[in-house]
Design a protein around this ligand. Structure first.
Ligand code: NAD
Length: 417
């Protein structure tokens, strides 16, 4: 997608540029870090259940691998083109570096509407795609994970397709089912991590998470866990939406009920709580609340609708939900933005825990997983807030600046640049 004259990758590079100025990056390093290292585009013929054939396109992009094997999710979505996948791969580079994880940045995607496909068709497509990128992935080379419209089942198929050739390889993907080497805690890690980061932010500003009113866009893996964890801590989820529309309840949407409705195949507007109002997706973003959590698509808050955002804090659970134009408007209005590379880093951090457990063939209890996750996100939040204060910049610029410094140093000391 492109907004405000920038492709998604152009927009992420705009954020990169703003931070690169703060760390005095030299021109050579600048050129390396604003482009991707390696890209593959593969044809994926999918045999349909009715005997027909649909040909779709898949991508895997390696942005930078100076700090470790490439790491990043795979999304199935009609907008998942090469520019979007590049943007998301770049964000992974900065996110892993900010968290101090030994990973580079990657992302993958298939440009397809998976909601129109049967489970058998999805399985055939996933296996074909895995075969198409098999020479690029590897336990110490590139480790995919779930993202939009992919889940533990998708990872199980990928692992099986890869293991059929290379032998049993659970560490080839993360976000797997528990019976296949998945880590207890990983499924919730991104959404739970968003709440850990928000807790750190509240602590720093002397606020209490309990009682805060949240509006959450998206009720998939990330959004549903954000809502559950928020309610568990006494926050009130006043509005939720998904692709089908949204709901709002001043006293709080019944999140447990919503989880049941969605698990049963329903959508957010299907929930049957008494006194609930139905709202549109745009309305959700402009809904009165203390904290707005976009947890679905990219580019949903831009220069046009940012003036109408009524939250005091925007927590970017989704990747790249705020365009540079939207970011500027929010900053001018004093709306604090906790950037994606910090806010949703619980996902890749949880994936790191799963990967290390697979390699060691050792399993942690979920309590240990959550404690480690909280600690690492707290350290990253504190470092980002401290850098923002020191550099006199936004949390986004500070988070990028920390990531850029680490990646540039790794590229330099390895002799790559
Ligand atoms: P998901 O497929 O589980 O859920 C996506 C949700 O977004 C669904 O509820 C869907 O209905 C909703 N949605 C789709 N289009 C929408 C629209 N136009 N308006 C409103 N809602 C819409 O995906 P996910 O894994 O929860 O990922 C959500 C976001 O979080 C993505 O931006 C992803 O890149 C990011 N993220 C995910 C992870 C992870 O571990 N899964 C990690 C980091 C970041």
């Amino acid at each position: 997608m492109a907004k405000e004259g920038l492709t998604a990758f152009g927009a992420v590079n705009r954020y990169f540029e703003e931070a690169a100025r703060l760390v005095d990056l030299d021109d050579a390093m600048y050129s390396v870090l604003t482009s991707t290292y390696r890209e593959i585009s593969v044809q994926i013929p999918v045999r349909r259940d009715d005997g027909g054939l649909t040909v779709v396109r898949g991508y895997r992009v390696h942005h930078n691998g100076a700090r470790g094997p490439y790491k990043g999710g795979i999304r199935y979505h009609p907008t998942a083109d090469l520019e979007e996948v590049r943007a998301l791969a770049s964000l992974m580079t900065w996110k892993s570096a900010l968290l101090g994880l030994p990973f580079g940045g990657a992302k993958g995607g298939i440009q397809v509407d998976p909601t129109a496909m049967s489970p058998a068709e999805l399985q055939r497509m996933t296996r074909r795609f895995t075969n198409g990128i098999a020479h690029l992935i590897g336990v110490y080379r590139d480790i995919p994970a779930p993202d939009m419209n992919t889940n533990a089942q998708t990872m199980a198929w990928m692992m099986d397709a890869y293991s059929a050739v290379h032998g049993y390889s659970p560490a080839i993907v993360t976000g797997k089912p528990l019976d296949l080497g998945g880590a207890p805690g990983r499924e919730a890690a991104t959404g739970r991590g968003v709440i850990y980061v928000l807790e750190s932010h509240c602590e720093r500003h002397g606020r209490d998470l309990a009682g805060l009113r949240l509006a959450v866009q998206g009720f998939g893996n990330v959004g549903s866990w954000v809502a559950r964890e928020a309610v568990e801590r006494g926050a009130v989820v006043v509005a939720v939406s998904d692709v089908a529309g949204g709901v709002r309840h001043e006293k709080g949407v019944d999140v447990a009920r919503l989880v049941e409705v969605v698990a049963g195949g329903g959508t957010v507007p299907d929930t049957d709580q008494p006194g609930i109002d139905h709202i549109g997706n745009e309305e959700l973003l402009e809904s009165p609340c203390d904290v707005l959590v976009p947890a679905a698509l990219g580019e949903v808050i831009d220069g046009e609708n940012a003036p109408r955002v009524r939250a005091g804090v925007v927590v970017e659970a989704a990747n790249y939900p705020v365009t540079p134009g939207g970011d500027k408007v929010l900053a001018d209005r004093g709306v604090e933005v906790i950037p994606d590379i910090l806010a949703n880093a619980g996902g890749v951090t949880g994936s790191y825990f799963e990967w290390t457990q697979n390699i060691q063939q050792f399993t942690w209890k979920e309590a240990r997983f959550n404690d480690e996750l909280r600690d690492r996100l707290r350290v990253a939040y504190d470092a980002t807030a401290a850098a923002a204060a020191e550099l006199g910049c936004s949390l986004r610029q500070a988070a990028f600046a920390i990531g850029i410094r680490k990646v540039a140093e790794a590229d330099r000391v390895r002799g790559y640049v």
